[in-house]
Design a protein around this ligand. Structure first.
Ligand SMILES: [Zn+2]
Length: 171
């Protein structure tokens, strides 16, 4: 098998990976709007709580990975979007801030476990490091937003619409 071949991942295998191989405790979430197994870990930092979220790409209905095409594993660091209220989470880390080998999607090929781990470490170091930004006006976390007319992404204050501060993303 070459390193670019797609590998099948079962729900059991993913559960085991999350429970045994990650340094932090993740909890499986159940939502009615997705059939994908999703795992969250709360990360309190100062006065804010962030969430590391893993989208497994495994379908909870049959316990197998989704078919090729809709199959990438994704890992995000989120904070509550005050615009939409509790339960609405928005990413604070743009994929351009991650190391080259991380990217925004983790391919389901050999070595996926190591890539998920590296990705989580990178996200966590951003939250605790210089690349993480709080709003210069109100101290709330800056989050990744998309301009609806142009599709461009930018950092906007999570306190929108109370606070309308924005900054460009410098890849
Ligand atoms: Zn603000």
């Amino acid at each position: 098998m070459s390193s670019t071949d797609y590998v099948q991942i079962t729900k059991d295998e993913f559960d085991e990976f999350v429970a045994d191989e990650l340094p932090r405790e993740f909890e499986e979430k159940e939502w009615n709007w997705t059939q994908e197994a999703v795992y969250d870990c709360e990360l309190p930092r100062g006065e804010h709580t962030f969430v590391l979220r893993i989208w497994s790409s495994v379908d909870v209905r049959d316990g197998y990975g989704r078919k090729k095409g809709g199959d990438a594993i994704r890992v995000q660091c989120l904070v509550v979007d005050e615009d939409k209220g509790p339960g609405s989470w928005k990413p604070i880390v743009h994929h351009s801030q991650l190391p080259d080998d991380c990217g925004s999607h983790i391919k389901r090929t050999d070595g996926w476990k190591d890539r998920v781990k590296r990705h989580l470490i990178a996200l966590e170091s951003i939250v605790g490091g210089e690349q993480y930004q709080e709003c210069i006006w109100c101290d709330r976390p800056m989050i990744v937003r998309t301009n609806k007319s142009t599709g461009d992404e930018f950092f906007g204050c999570s306190g929108f619409p109370d606070c309308r501060h924005t900054e460009a993303i410098n890849g």
